[in-house]
Design a protein around this ligand. Structure first.
Ligand SMILES: [Cu+2]
Length: 270
């Protein structure tokens, strides 16, 4: 019986590793990366996956071996100990040193994705809107993404702003700066194909930046459980050429002003 259980436990690392090996074959692995800096995030992901994977397999094999070797049926005498000081020190220091190493090793990646924004000066200090206007303002709300483009004059919050819902268009091969806000609760702006994820916090304006290297249409997902309709809080981000982007923005602006004008004509809007 002990041997049976030992083998069942051995299946855990075997099937666990098999899942990771076969997942890419069935396309259940990382979504395609279309961002300039996404490879840094993927590299960190793989580094940590390998590290924890090797420890996991090692631990499971040790578990299997002890179950097989020290099976209760063998009528052994148990030998109790009060623990080992050296062992305690070793298995405290190794994980602590590993965590410290990862913390230092990823510092640059963190700074590039969360601190040194494209509006930052040469000193790398967080820039302000004066240095580089945001390409778009994204406001998360239950349960959609409200998008506001600065329009022709590049200034947010005036008459020529363009308002869109869920359909985020952006120019490809350009540094994009997003001002992220929330109108109600915590949301999380997640662009899996750009390896970008940032919480949207009520009362805060958080800069998010990335650069897409390929044209195409990808998911915008809310990665924070934000209420009953969280599951349907999805948008699309579409990367097009600069020319196509300007044309699209013009068209949206015309549609918007046409609607306002006709409402004014009908007396709907003062
Ligand atoms: Cu949400």
């Amino acid at each position: 019986m002990g041997k049976f259980w030992a083998l069942v436990f051995l299946l855990v690392p075997v099937l666990g590793v098999a899942c990771f090996v076969f997942a890419p074959v069935y396309q259940h692995w990382l979504p395609i990366d279309v961002s300039q800096e996404g490879h840094t995030i993927d590299h960190l992901f793989y580094f940590i996956l390998w590290l924890t994977g090797v420890v996991f397999v090692g631990t499971e094999i040790a578990l299997f071996w002890f179950m097989l070797r020290y099976d209760g049926a063998a009528n052994r005498k148990v030998n109790y100990t009060h623990g080992s000081h050296s062992l305690e020190i070793i298995w405290t220091i190794i994980p602590a040193a590993t965590l410290l190493f990862i913390a230092i090793y990823q510092m640059n990646a963190w700074a590039d994705s969360k601190i040194r924004n494209p509006a930052a000066g040469p000193d790398g200090i967080l820039g302000t809107a004066d240095d580089m206007p945001p390409t778009v303002e994204v406001t998360a709300r239950q349960f959609e993404w409200r998008l506001r483009y600065p329009g022709k004059n590049g200034i947010l919050g005036d008459q020529d702003d363009v308002h869109v819902v869920n359909d985020l268009r952006l120019p490809v091969q350009e540094e994009i700066l997003v001002d992220l806000k929330s109108a109600d609760v915590l949301h999380s702006f997640f662009l899996p194909n750009l390896r970008v994820k940032q919480d949207a916090v009520p009362g805060m304006k958080i800069p998010v930046w990335f650069r897409a290297t390929e044209k195409g249409s990808f998911d915008i997902v809310c990665a924070e459980l934000c209420g009953w309709g969280h599951y349907k809080m999805k948008g699309r981000v579409t990367f097009v050429s600069r020319g196509e982007f300007d044309e699209w923005l013009d068209e949206k602006y015309r549609e918007q002003t046409a609607t306002v004008d006709s409402q004014v004509a009908q007396g709907d809007v003062e």
